[in-house]
Design a binder for this molecule. Structure first.
Ligand SMILES: *Cc1c(COP(=O)(O)O)cnc(C)c1O
Length: 333
């Protein structure tokens, strides 16, 4: 089965084999060395002074730990999809003062409104790649606004980390996960944060999801760490984020044969297409042929579906997928 959902991804054999490495106690020096190598690798993906903190859990755990630990003043959430709205919900549950600048899911971030409100906020929270629609939000423009107003930018980079350009220079911290563009397995996620941010007193209402623990306080997903370590080695050997972004772009060119949902601003990581037939029929037909596509969310569920090109996919897989999509030559071949 080839997974075309935005994580978990189809694994390479190399990463899958890493799951069979020897049993390991997380209190032994071997695990400390493994964790240190992973943290160093994550830091090296985009460079900069940011330090990596590993968490056990999915991407949402990393976002929630980032928001919980670092937000200690009024926060402005910029939302144009499910994941921006989720960060606002986290702040609400954490009882932290915030406002939301929302735009329709099919529109870009409302930067004019962000600029108007920004002087009153110390933090800005945004999603880099909004997986709801496959939009790559304008990080350079948002980072410039934050810099201008002296606000700290916290980024959900869960579905773009490793697969698109991220200039961490204007970013206080970002959260991401092992099992999307880095091609690891679910179970480990992480936050990359400026050392100053990690040095401040924690604002976390949660014990478990506090970034400011010393060492390795809780039982980590050891095997998922083995897999992430291997996936990072594979990632760097292949040429890092630039090579991965180029690979995704080439894959997306191949599979973009249907009408896209967005008129502009789409990513090469995941794209939303208008449904050419009812979702269930399309999904079931493709699944029978070995492909898992991804449904739309919310009100968009009846309008569109999504294809992500992360993970281990061969050119032949993509050619076969295209031949199965309606309106393309060779359908049913
Ligand atoms: C996948 C994703 C998450 C986290 O989802 P999990 O299911 O918790 O891994 C958060 N934000 C974005 C933008 C995502 O694509």
């Amino acid at each position: 089965m080839k997974l075309l959902n935005p994580g978990p991804v189809s694994l390479t054999e190399r990463v899958r084999r890493a799951l069979l490495k020897p049993d390991l106690c997380h209190r032994e020096p071997e695990f400390a060395a493994l964790a240190a190598r992973i943290r160093e690798g994550l830091q090296r993906v985009y460079g900069g002074p940011h330090e990596a903190v590993l968490l056990t859990g999915s991407g949402t755990a990393a976002v929630e730990a980032m928001v919980g630990t670092l937000v200690d003043g009024p926060a402005l959430v910029v939302a144009n999809g499910v994941y921006g709205e989720r960060m606002a919900e986290m702040l609400r549950r954490q009882g932290k003062p915030h406002e939301v600048v929302a735009s329709p899911w099919t529109s870009p971030m409302d930067l004019e409104e962000v600029g108007r409100r920004l002087p009153r906020f110390r933090y800005v929270l945004a999603v880099h790649h909004e997986t709801t629609t496959g939009r790559l939000n304008d990080l350079p423009a948002l980072a410039a606004l934050c810099r201008q107003h002296g606000a700290r930018l916290l980024l959900d980079a869960v579905s773009s980390f490793g697969g698109a350009e991220i200039d961490l220079d204007g970013v206080e911290a970002c959260a991401a996960t092992a099992n999307k563009c880095l091609h690891g397995v679910p179970g480990v996620s992480f936050v990359l944060a400026r050392p100053e941010a990690l040095a401040r007193e924690s604002a976390s209402p949660s014990l478990y999801l506090d970034l400011r623990h010393e060492g390795i306080p809780f039982t980590p997903a050891v095997h998922a760490c083995y897999a992430l370590d291997e996936a990072l080695q594979e990632f760097f050997e292949a040429g890092g984020w630039r090579a991965r972004a180029a690979l995704y772009a080439a894959r997306m060119r191949k599979v973009s044969v249907l009408e896209p949902l967005l008129a502009e601003g789409w990513s090469d990581i995941l794209r939303a297409f208008r449904l050419p037939e009812p979702y269930a029929a399309l999904h079931d037909r493709l699944k029978a042929a070995g492909f898992v596509i991804y449904a739309g969310q919310g009100a968009l569920r009846h309008e569109m579906f999504r294809i992500a090109v992360m993970g281990d996919l061969a050119d032949e897989d993509l050619d076969r997928l295209v031949s199965l999509l309606p309106g393309t030559s060779g359908r049913g071949a």
